[in-house]
Design a protein around this ligand. Structure first.
Ligand code: C5P
Length: 220
């Protein structure tokens, strides 16, 4: 099986680019952030603080997270319910960032991610795919862009979906999540030694998709 790992901070364009590459190559796209979002959503729904490791850990016994695919699109199921839309709500982002710093949560989601790559050719995106989840991935990319540009992209994306959002608040959240993700005790957001660094600042998403697809194909 072939694995392509794409890591990087929020808003770097990972999901759009990974999805496009997967489609081009006929692989399955695995969005691992969605798994952490599902846990964050569950904690919120159950009134458990997402920065309370013991409380969140206790919840894990009652959680079943599954990935299913409908028309090639990943859907996330939480205890049998499709939460693919709900996990995109802005307040779930911070909840996901918080629960992702809890070792028991990462362990809980580890096998699910690895199994996807054992069973399918995948393009998997996240924060620790090239470093921890799929260290043997054939191609690794670390995708980044300036915080301002990433906040602006999130703003446009959420606005288009009809969410009421504030640019400054989003920029602050991007910075906060970057900090959380790079400073937590485990699975820090960092470039794998053998990953290719790609900065998409100033590029349109379409330009990045084309450049990255070409780059991945050359490396397979
Ligand atoms: O990618 P997305 O923004 O949906 O991820 C939500 C949060 O989940 C991130 O802020 C990050 O803290 C966490 N995450 C992670 N490891 C991954 C994917 C996401 O810690 N592989």
């Amino acid at each position: 099986m072939i694995s392509i790992a794409i890591d990087g901070p929020a808003g770097a364009g990972k999901s759009t680019i990974a999805r496009a590459i997967a489609k081009e190559l006929g692989y399955i796209y695995v969005d691992t952030g969605a798994l952490y979002r599902a846990i964050g959503l569950y904690a919120n729904a159950n009134g458990v603080a997402t920065d309370d490791p013991a409380g969140v850990e206790r919840l894990l016994g009652g959680i079943k997270v599954e990935l299913r695919y409908k028309n090639g699109e990943q859907r996330v199921f939480l205890n049998g319910y499709d939460v693919s839309e709900e996990i995109r709500r802005p307040e779930v982002s911070m909840a996901a960032s918080n629960v992702s710093a809890i070792p028991a949560v990462r362990q809980f989601l580890f096998a699910l991610q690895q199994n996807m790559a054992v069973e399918h050719d995948v393009v998997m995106d996240g924060r620790d795919i090239g470093t921890i989840v799929l260290p043997g991935a054939q191609v690794k990319i670390f995708l980044t862009a300036s915080p301002e540009e990433r906040a602006r992209r999130r703003y446009d994306e959420l606005k288009a979906k009809g969410h009421d959002v504030d640019y400054d608040a989003l920029l602050e959240e991007v910075r906060q999540r970057d900090y959380n993700d790079s400073h937590r005790a485990i699975a820090q957001l960092k470039q794998a030694d053998d990953a290719l660094l790609v900065d998409t600042t100033g590029n349109t998403l379409e330009q990045s998709v084309q450049a990255l697809t070409k780059l991945v194909k050359e490396r397979l």
